[in-house]
Ligand binder design. Sequence first.
Ligand SMILES: [Zn+2]
Length: 182
Amino acid sequence: MKLSHEHIIPFSGLKDGSHEYDLALTDTFFEAIDYSEVRKGQVAVHLTLQKRPEMLVLEIELDGTVELECDRCSEMYQQAISAERKLVVNLNEDQFSDEDDLMTLPASTHELDLRHYLYEYVMLALPSRRVHPEDPGEPNGCDPVIIQKLEELAAQPETPDVQDDLSDDPRWQALKNIKFDQ
Ligand SMILES: [Zn+2]
């Protein structure tokens, strides 16, 4: 038992059958991952592990919130996430391999490090559009000062000088003359 970590499951001593675990992903979990987009979160993980001869079947449920940067106002907000994943671990090979939801470990392995998988499952559960909840009057909504500034910018003509530039362009003058002649 050289490793002692909540997200590493020592399975070699387990009897065949079903075993349940409740884990948590907290700020400490996310902060320990280099370059993680998520630095804060509270995600409950319910793990059902079926131990069979030479095989583990894991059903993993994630439910919680992570802190993300809003695409619209750049303030942080709480994003709810939930996911259900299945991971099959084959224990009858001599080498390690890792495909989407199937992992193969050497038969001598006695513990399962889930950290990489749990992090990946959280990443896959994130929405592509990351913005504050949009209900009007929602206390967690976008920063109203920043939204007002964005709206002011959007209301301004994007390139107010284009008309003048065109007027100076001889081709534009020629077009105007053609129009006037008709
Ligand atoms: Zn926002």
